[in-house]
Design a binder for this molecule. Structure first.
Ligand code: ADP
Ligand code: AMP
Length: 241
């Protein structure tokens, strides 16, 4: 990975409706900067699969497309962000999803991450991926993912080389349970009602940057890299911490 940049990147927050491309872009950011993707949806699905206490509480809520209560998600995020791999930075994908979560995150970052670093370096970079509402349904119904490596495909726009098989490891691709049309409508409604105000929260603080998510994947990635490198003053090859 010649392009990995080893400097501190700090928190990056990806906002946008379900199907906007947050997971797709988070994986590319993670690879370029060598920082982890923290997807609350992935962590919750893993808990559901393992049948943990949290998974049992979240299961039916997720199945109907509603949001899991803030206190459960915030505790889960705190645990994840305290992991050593987040010290140089991390990409939040799917969090914060309510203004209360955004307020909680600000307080958490203030207390747990700013102790020894200049504050300006650790303020989150907040990027909203804007996509035409009418495209979202097709993006979500066409989504397939690899249960082994997590790579995301789309039967319409990003098909695997061999139908239903992961390009990387050959596993059978799966469709998420909540990517059914009847649930998607409720997820989009939850976004409109509960998550859109999160962008306004960051806009009021002058931190919100929008990118055009209607463009092809590579072009969206280029816009995002430009934002990150503009705000953090890094370019490929930078190695100082
Ligand atoms: P999110 O994490 O925001 O829900 P994903 O990254 O899972 O979104 O992307 C949703 C679907 O749209 C996936 O099937 C993905 O392959 C596809 N996709 C992502 N970005 C683009 C894009 N720029 N153009 C076309 N399809 C895209
Ligand atoms: P995602 O993978 O981001 O589309 O999330 C899938 C589902 O997990 C959502 O529809 C919610 O039920 C739940 N979820 C994920 N992130 C959050 C969050 N930050 N707050 C509440 N619920 C969440």
């Amino acid at each position: 990975m010649a392009e990995v940049i080893s400097r501190n990147i700090g928190p990056i927050i990806l906002l946008g409706p379900p199907g906007a491309g947050k997971g797709t872009q988070a994986k590319r950011i993670a690879e370029r900067y060598g920082i982890p993707q923290v997807s609350t949806g992935d962590i919750l699905r893993e808990n559901v699969q393992r049948g943990t206490e949290l998974g049992m509480q979240a299961r039916s809520i997720m199945a109907r497309g509603d949001l899991v209560p803030d206190y459960l998600v915030c505790d889960m995020v705190a645990l994840r962000l305290r992991n050593a791999d987040c010290k140089r930075g991390f990409i939040l994908d799917g969090f914060p999803r309510t203004p209360a979560q955004a307020g909680w995150l600000d307080a958490f970052l203030e207390h747990e991450f700013f102790d020894n670093a200049p504050r300006s370096k650790c303020l989150p970079i907040v990027i909203r991926i804007d996509v035409d509402y009418n495209k979202l349904l097709r993006r979500i119904t066409g989504r397939r993912s690899c249960p082994v490596c997590g790579r995301i495909y789309n039967v319409y726009s990003q098909p695997p080389r061999v139908a239903d098989r992961c390009d990387v490891d050959g596993s059978s691709l799966v469709t998420r349970e909540d990517d059914r049309e009847e649930v998607i409508r409720d997820r989009l409604a939850a976004y409109e009602l509960q998550t859109k105000p999160v962008a306004e929260y960051y806009a009021r603080k002058g931190r919100l940057v929008s990118v055009d998510g209607d463009l092809p994947v590579n072009e969206v990635t280029e816009q995002i890299f430009r934002v990150i490198e503009g705000q953090r003053g890094v370019t490929a090859g930078t190695t100082d911490g």
